[in-house]
Design a protein around this ligand. Sequence first.
Ligand code: SIN
Length: 359
Amino acid sequence: MPIETPKAATNGEKPRIRRAADEEEGDPAKYPHYLPVWDYSQKYPPLEPFTHHDPGKNADPSLKDLLPPGVATVKKLTPTIGTEITGVQLSSLSNAGKDQLALFAAQRKVLVFRDQDFADLPIEKAVEFGGYFGRHHIHPTTGSPEGYQEFNLVHQQRSSNGEFETFIAGKNSTVLWHSDVTYEEQPPGMTILFALELPEVGGDTAFANQVEAYRRLSPALKERLHGLKGVHSGVEQAEASARGGGIVRRAPVVTEHPIVRTHPVTGEKALFVNALTTRIAGLKKEESDALLGFLVNHIGRGLEYQVRVRWEPKTVVIWDNRVTAHTAIVDWTTTERRHLARLTPQAERPFETPYVPEE
Ligand code: SIN
């Protein structure tokens, strides 16, 4: 959920296009072709349903094409979430390796690949790589590199236009646990975020394991949650963008999804609520606020099932949005730029399977 909402045009007229490149201050961007562009003329029809074939289902569980023995170095970052990998170049993976990547991301929830050439690839090669994992999602409100709406850009920097200060003003903390665009009927699965430019220290991303968050609930609450649906809304995001003078590419949608969803490849059950879930269908407001508040707080406070990823130049982070929530950590105090690019392929419509007491 990047924060680069564009400011309103000051002369009272909306420009057709706004480019972050035209507003550069300080050192020039290292990846200028990845600076966000907001094109107000872009209007998209509602998303159509599609059949998602999850590449993880085809994967050889030995993971030998993804993590060749003697070549890849693999280190768990915590017991239940996060693995760091060196020695593997994502852009050179065979299709078998990509299938195994989808499986491994579902199993470990978050994968941190160091020393990648991803940011330096021709941009269409990065798009092609992401397209292997599902239909690219085009975000309704965020900036993208010119001509490549498949990317969702994070571009954060203190500058004289005050956007950064506006974002952090009036908050004790900007932590916002979310899964991406869960208001869509088919929210994303395996998701790719890569570093372009980073502060020397700070600007980490934290991830929570929603499978483990589900597992730690009491059997009585687990059973009660089955059958309940969360209402996920894109309205607030679209309204905030419009209010701030930003773009709205597609009319916002509101969608109900099961609160406990099952992963199509691992069969694991995960809590599926986050900052985009506005209420629980069928409950009165106070009941919904209390239960949803408990669940979102439970996901956010459980350091035992979270991982904090420290970015380094040339890092690519891959996570499975179906079974994780994440938040940026906006803690650096310098004017350094934090610039990341995300590809967010969509997956299946969330589904649930019956409650099983021992799970
Ligand atoms: C995102 O929400 O996808 C971006 C996370 C980050 O900025 O760390």
